[in-house]
Design a protein around this ligand. Sequence first.
Ligand code: FES
Length: 139
Amino acid sequence: MSISLEAIVARHADRDGPLLPILHDVQAEIGAIDAGTETRIAHLLNLTRAEVHGVVSFYHDFKAQADPRPVVHICRAEACQARGIEAMMPAVAAAAGDRVRVETVYCLGLCSVGPNARIGDDLHARLDEGALTKLVERA
Ligand code: FES
């Protein structure tokens, strides 16, 4: 059984500026933040829907519809760029096809051992093109 929106909002009730952590939890635990969810969050936080939507639409991590595909986060920040990640991206896109969602992140905190990727909570370092495309194919 999934957690309710009200329970997520209550979890952050004592925080200053609870909107962003609530949105992250809703995305992670419910899978999407659609218009109805924005309205309910706005009501629970005594905000306007426009205020909630403004934050949701600013961050591309928030999705209006759930996407059931596996996600591979690939670091394309400077240190991983210097280690060749950009040259690997065409092969990554080919390996992903429409089955895997590839998302860019900017630093996974492993800069000295890049290029790096993350699937769920698992970090993968020292990736070359072959290792990275295998990772994407197996996601
Ligand atoms: S730049 Fe890629 S992990 Fe920091």
